[in-house]
Design a protein around this ligand. Structure first.
Ligand code: FEO
Length: 172
C-alpha cells in the first residue's frame, strides 16, 4: 500500500500532468489559429502524451490501493508571440516536470517504496527525451530566425509526428 505522503505527491503529479496536457492543447490551438497546421499537430500529439502520463499515474495509484483525487486544473496561457517562444516555454516546463519527478523518486527512495521507484523509472527516461526534443527545436528555430521559408519547412516537419501508445499503457 502507498504511504499517505506518496499518495498525496502522486496526486499532485497527476494534476501537473493534466496541466501539461492543457498547456500543450492551448499551444496547439494557438498555432492552428495562426495557420501552422504542423506545429499544431505536434502540440496535439504532446497533449495526448501528457494525458497518457496522467493515466499511467492514475492506474498506478489504483493498483496500489490508493485513491485518485482530481483537483482543479489551473489556467494556462493562450497565446505565444513566436514559435520559438512556445518551444522555450515547453523546454522550461519540461525542466520543471523533471524536477517534480525527481522529487517524487526521492520520496519513494526515502520511504523504501521500491515499486514506486520502479514505476517512476519510465518517467525519468521519458523526461530526458522530452527535454532533448524541446531543446533541439529551439536550436533549429534559432538557426531559422525570421526566414519564412525555414519556418514553413519546420511546420511541414512537425506535421509528420504521429501518436503512439506508451509502453506502460500498451496492451492494457
Ligand atoms: Fe509528462 Fe511532458 O511531462
Amino acid at each position: 500500500m502507498l504511504s499517505k505522503e506518496l499518495e498525496k505527491a502522486l496526486n499532485e503529479q497527476i494534476n501537473a500532468e493534466l496541466w501539461s496536457a492543457y498547456l500543450y492543447l492551448s499551444m496547439s490551438m494557438d498555432f492552428a489559429s495562426k495557420g501552422f497546421a504542423g506545429i499544431a499537430n505536434w502540440f496535439a500529439v504532446q497533449f495526448k502524451e501528457e494525458q497518457d502520463h496522467a493515466t499511467i499515474l492514475m492506474n498506478y495509484v489504483n493498483s496500489r490501493d490508493g485513491k485518485v483525487v482530481l483537483a482543479p486544473i489551473a489556467e494556462v496561457a493562450t497565446e505565444w508571440a513566436t514559435t520559438i517562444d512556445a518551444f522555450k516555454d515547453t523546454y522550461a516546463h519540461e525542466q520543471k516536470v523533471t524536477a517534480l519527478i525527481n522529487g517524487l523518486n526521492a520520496l519513494a527512495v526515502e520511504g523504501k517504496d521500491y515499486a514506486t521507484q520502479n514505476m517512476l523509472q519510465w518517467f525519468i527516461n521519458e523526461q530526458v527525451e522530452e527535454e532533448d526534443t524541446a531543446r533541439s527545436y529551439i536550436d533549429a528555430l534559432e538557426k531559422i530566425g525570421d526566414n519564412g521559408y525555414g519556418l514553413y519547412m519546420f511546420d511541414k516537419e512537425l506535421a509528420a509526428r504521429t501518436y503512439t501508445t506508451p509502453s506502460p499503457l500498451a496492451g492494457k
